[in-house]
Write a protein that binds this ligand. Structure first.
Ligand SMILES: [Zn+2]
Length: 481
């Protein structure tokens, strides 16, 4: 058998495009409706584990799928499964309908879905509701051809729309624990052609003891929103004797950092540092306010300098201080972020988010961090692992994705490694592909004025339909051998 046996015939591709065209206006209207649902994770309720708006967005997806002739159900209020065909094993597209909060700086209302020519502006337009509706459109086109006998497939085509991608991916973990796995799947939540690998992630929780009295001591530190965000602000307070605090004040006068402010109060010294937020997968593009604060403590604390310097050393964004600096050509270099820092009641806590090359394992992380952490006088309370993900380039899933990409685009980009993590971490046999057209940069995701285009919706639906049909026929073992 050679690879061409699963190629989709040109007349079948033309028929799929015809059905995408026929269904396009209805899907475009539903896409705009859904963009007006602010599906940010909210307070859980009994039939809405991710809050009322995510539940509403999931119900809207189900109703849209049914109106397109797909068989759809909301599974345990967490995700929607919409099927074309009824063969038992299945292949799946796995986008998500939840969105991150809009944040500041929008010139278009974030849930207004304002249309300007080919563009539509809304939180979720590019991440990832465009892909939700492109996937439904693709499945509906396939469903139409199955129904009229133009197409027969040995596997069912499923669109699985998650409701909790942005904060924990519990939706697909819930699903994977209860339902049979897809034979092949992709998550259209990245860029084309495919994420061959996703770097490993380790969330490292450390704890230590610090003095709560003396001439000068760190009474309180607090920085960070989440492990995966570089802290943009940090605060602290030093306590001690009159003499100790005066000395610290003088030391900080000499220590110059424009992004650090300190204020002497009656019985302490208040510190405040400003930095720049960034994603932990690219920690070096940010500027950690937590690290600025630790540097100021080192400058202010001559007696305890050594122990604070050891803590500071752990915070190197290359991961070097934790023993995790590494590189491979596919993954690039390690990225390490001190996401959370606190001192309270004599206990110091640090949480690091480290993204490491795909050639390394959780065991490597555990082994390498033991000594640097002990040397800094800290304890490892927990390490939460998300092992690296890697797909063989000549395996059936990735070689099919690449074949479809080459047939649909003349870009010729290679598969790449992602620093962030996707549903592919939790859905078996799943790879991350593009959320829009090949060559397209996603506009404003996790930022202001997010947008997508209707051209992108239509093109992606055509490509996803092609990919779903081909995956439904791809043999499990590598056909090239
Ligand atoms: Zn996404």
């Amino acid at each position: 058998m050679n690879a061409d046996d699963t190629a989709v015939a040109p007349q079948l591709l033309a028929a799929l495009r015809g059905r995408v065209d026929a269904r396009f206006e209805a899907v475009k209207a539903a896409f705009i409706e859904n963009l007006r649902i602010p599906s940010v994770k909210g307070e859980p309720a009994c039939t809405a584990p991710y809050g009322a708006e995510v539940a509403r967005a999931l119900q809207h997806v189900r109703a849209t799928a049914e109106s397109l002739g797909l068989r759809a159900e909301v599974i345990d209020d967490r995700l929607v499964a919409a099927d074309a065909g009824d063969a038992e094993p299945y292949v799946a597209a796995v986008p998500h309908v939840d969105v991150v909060p809009p944040g500041e700086g929008w010139t278009h209302p974030p849930f207004g879905a304002e249309v300007d020519g080919d563009r539509v502006y809304a939180r979720g337009a590019a991440d990832d509701k465009g892909a939700v509706f492109a996937s439904l459109l693709a499945a509906a086109a396939i469903g139409d051809l199955l129904a009229d006998g133009t197409l027969a497939l040995p596997r069912r085509v499923r669109v699985l729309v998650g409701g909790d991608e942005e904060s924990g991916m519990s939706c697909v973990q819930h699903y994977a624990a209860r339902r049979p796995a897809p034979v092949f799947a992709f998550t259209p939540d990245g860029r084309w052609p495919a994420a061959q690998a996703e770097r490993g992630r380790a969330e490292i929780h450390l704890e230590g003891d610090v003095p709560t009295s003396g001439e000068l001591y760190v009474e309180r530190l607090v920085a960070g929103l989440a492990a995966n965000v570089v802290p943009a602000s940090a605060r602290g307070r030093l306590g001690g004797s009159e003499q100790g605090l005066a000395g610290a004040s003088e030391a900080l006068e000499r220590y110059w950092d424009r992004n650090l402010q300190f204020t002497r109060t009656a019985d302490g010294l208040e510190l405040e540092a400003i930095g720049k937020g960034a994603h932990a997968a690219e920690a070096f593009t940010g500027d950690s306010a937590a690290v600025r604060l630790l540097r100021a403590v080192v400058a202010a604390e001559p007696d305890a300098r050594k122990s604070w310097e050891k803590l500071l050393k752990l915070c190197d964004p290359t991961g070097g201080g934790l023993g995790l600096a590494d590189y491979d050509p596919l993954s690039g270099a390690t990225s390490s972020n001190l996401g959370l820092l606190s001192v309270d009641g004599g206990t110091l806590r640090m949480v690091f988010d480290v993204r490491y090359p795909v050639v390394r394992s959780p065991a490597w992380v555990a082994e390498r961090t033991a000594k640097p952490v002990a040397d800094a006088g800290l304890r490892r309370v927990a390490i939460r692992h998300m092992p690296a993900l890697y797909h063989a380039i000549d395996g059936p899933l990735l070689s099919t994705v690449m074949a479809v990409y080459r047939a649909e685009s003349d870009e010729g980009e290679p598969a790449f490694c992602m620093g962030g993590r996707t549903y592919a971490s939790f859905v078996p046999n799943c790879v991350a592909v593009g959320a829009g057209m090949p060559g397209e940069q996603r506009g404003g995701i996790h930022s202001n004025d997010e947008y997508s285009t209707f051209t992108s919706l239509r093109r992606n639906a055509e490509i996803l339909a092609h990919l779903l049909v081909r995956l439904a026929k791809t043999p499990l073992v590598d056909a090239s051998g």
